[in-house]
Design a protein around this ligand. Sequence first.
Ligand SMILES: Cc1ncc(COP(=O)(O)O)c(C=O)c1O
Length: 425
Amino acid sequence: MTTTTQLPAILGGEQAVTLDQTEAIRWPLIDSQDEQAVLDVLRSGNLSLHPIVEELENKYKERTQRQFALTHNNGTSAILAGLHAIGVQPFDEVIVPSATWWSSVMPVLHCGGVPVFAELEPECLGLDPEDVERKITEKTKAIVVVHLFGMPSKMDELTSIAKKHNLKILEDASHAHGAMYKGKPIGSFGDVSVFSMQGNKLCPSGEGGILLCDDQEVWESAVRLGHYERLLNLESNNKYFAATGFGFKFRMAPMAAALAVSQVARMDERNTKRNENCIYLSNKLEALGIETFLAPKDVTRVYFEFLVRYDESITGLPINDLAKALQAEGAHVAAPRYPLLHQQPVFTHNVWSKIARLPATEDNPIHLYDPTDLPNTTLGNGSLLKLPAFPSANSDLLDQYSNAFEKVLAHSNDIPRTDKAESSA
Ligand SMILES: Cc1ncc(COP(=O)(O)O)c(C=O)c1O
């Protein structure tokens, strides 16, 4: 006989997740050290220009083994500066993923570039190297690689494709602070690499971002675009642009930089705790048939977000009904995947070419976007469930999450199905 502890809560059983989760999933973690760091800048009176910004740049240069760093007011502006600095020009094609935050892609338009979407591969959720190669044309200039949710993309393959076709890589490492790929830090793979430090990120500054590279000209191009205040100190002719820059003001607020410096000092320790927790639960969920994106050998992923893949064809229980049943257990589980960019009105209704100011010409007819493109990405994206990344959880809570899955999956035939019309209303 099924007892109420074995029966899913959605069917009248007891909840599996009963522990208070507030502290276990709280992020960001702000303590007196952070408060002091910000107060020190505040009290210095140097609210706009302060050496703490350079300190943050030095820390990231060291961590990623790069020659140059340039902090930004957010990751989006760092990506725009990066694309500009690697020379993306009108009509250049840039290969990008569709399942990502829009900032990985939309800045391409402001360089006059044409985003060309490629499939994700299913193991690491990075760009699929084979599809990337298929999408290369004589107009391709660059690839935007995103390490989605903190899992490094297949950099060996992507780097060798870029070399073979003479393409630049912009590495969007916003989700992957502290990750490693075959002994090299994430953030060291792009001609330009960028981290966002927005408030949810693994090194949160509130709002902020950083651009990294090894080429002085690339760095100076980014300086010219958004950091007029640094131009006078350059030795090159770029110093003559100091009175105007190239039209943007992208510098990072020192109070935000102070928070990031304080946070990065604890980041490895905090990443380790997330990893221990997510890997512990992953091993339990794998035993239940849930795919959890454990890192391949030689790769250390981080858990900016903890997403798992559920194949509803195995149990017959639709993913949204699974999520509802898990929520009834008290688990924070949802299906908020990224809306696929190639299906958004800005692309399907040709708004993008107006943003990019690209007139249709005989040589360059308007690139049309088809929302039914990228079947693998669409299918894969629809099978993801998001769990908390458990920054401070202990194993009791993780065991309760695992019990919630076990209980619901054991009763998958009995879990109520949402009426399709209701779910799409
Ligand atoms: C993958 C990715 N790239 C870029 C960004 C942009 O960063 P920001 O929000 O700091 O502008 C974000 C998110 O915030 C992101 O998730």
